[in-house]
Design a protein around this ligand. Structure first.
Ligand SMILES: Nc1ncnc2c1ncn2[C@@H]1O[C@H](COP(=O)(O)OP(=O)(O)OP(=O)(O)O)[C@@H](O)[C@H]1O
Length: 282
């Protein structure tokens, strides 16, 4: 038996014991486009509250996998379950309440101010005719402050820099108060200070996060677990310590590297070699 969606964290097994459900599980997922396998037989699950990084070189299939999970594309085969239920059996409105998505391309929000865009995060939990309450206005203000955009809250969203737009979209996701946050390269337009700020912010929400990264060191320091895609296949799934090693980096990303513990939290920290020199060469 599966309990109601908003609290779907557990089920009862045959001996009536409560067993924990993964927040998200992907099983034998395939996606074909133009008769080509873009995603091949991918399986993994994510527990509630986990912060999971999705890694892989350009074209590995990261965005395609995330698009399947947020229902932008329908997989060719396989299952995606949210709290034990197929995502295709959950109503669009209910799924929108559970899940917020921050993408690398910023959508056009013509004539909307920063505050307006952040307020859009209220929509999945209200109706279009709903009058914004004082509490909701406060939530919006707070989210804008958290991403350090208070000074520009009245400015047109379209006039912002790429990094500022990204921060506003994170604030919109915060306002939505989702259980699962999906971010496709959330730090791609951000300078290093805001990269760290945004990831720390996402972590501080205490919700389940699945985010794709190109910066492997950032992912290593902040993620509980890493999934590595290569040519549409899941080639590694484990803690940063389990996953990040020189052989994998060479095989998947084609780089030579040296790995040492980060001085702050001992997570693997990669130093790349910039020449064609093989490791160990003088
Ligand atoms: N709608 C589509 N039709 C055909 N091919 C597609 C489609 N969407 C993605 N692809 C192909 O699937 C592959 C994986 O693309 P995807 O965007 O998922 O990779 P990615 O890992 O997110 O890459 P990047 O790091 O460059 O953003 C690419 O070769 C891409 O050209």
């Amino acid at each position: 038996m599966v309990v109601a969606l908003a609290s779907q964290k557990s089920i009862y097994n045959s001996t009536n014991e409560t067993v924990s459900l993964p927040q998200l599980s992907v099983t034998n997922l395939w996606w074909l486009a133009n008769r080509q396998n873009i995603l091949e037989n991918i399986s993994f699950s994510i527990e509630p509250g986990e912060f999971v990084g999705l890694l892989g070189p350009n074209g590995a299939g990261k965005s395609s996998l995330l698009r399947c999970i947020y229902r932008y594309i329908e997989p060719s085969k396989g299952q995606i379950e949210y709290s034990g239920k197929s995502i295709w059996q959950i109503s669009q409105q209910e799924y929108a309440k559970q899940l917020a998505v921050v993408l690398q391309e910023t959508p056009s929000h013509f004539n909307l101010s920063v505050s307006d865009v952040v307020s859009l995060g209220l929509l999945p939990n209200t109706s279009i005719w709903h009058r914004t309450s004082e509490k909701e206005k406060y939530l919006v203000e707070q989210a804008i402050e958290k991403v350090s955009m208070s000074e520009k809250k009245c400015q047109a969203f379209e006039q912002l820099s790429g990094g500022e737009k990204q921060r506003v979209l994170i604030a919109r996701a915060i306002v939505q108060q989702p259980q699962l946050l999906i971010m496709d390269e959330p730090t791609s337009h951000l300078d290093i200070k805001y990269q760290i700020q945004i990831i720390e912010l996402a972590k501080s929400l205490g919700i389940t996060v699945l985010a794709s990264f190109h910066d492997l060191n950032l992912a290593s320091v902040f993620c509980d677990r890493l999934l590595v895609l290569n040519q549409g296949r899941l080639v590694a799934n484990g803690t940063p310590n389990d996953v990040i090693d020189c052989a994998l980096l060479h095989e998947v990303f084609g780089v030579n590297s040296d790995i040492k513990p980060h001085p702050q939290n001992k997570a693997p920290h990669i130093t790349y070699f910039y020449s064609e020199k093989e490791q160990g060469d003088e």
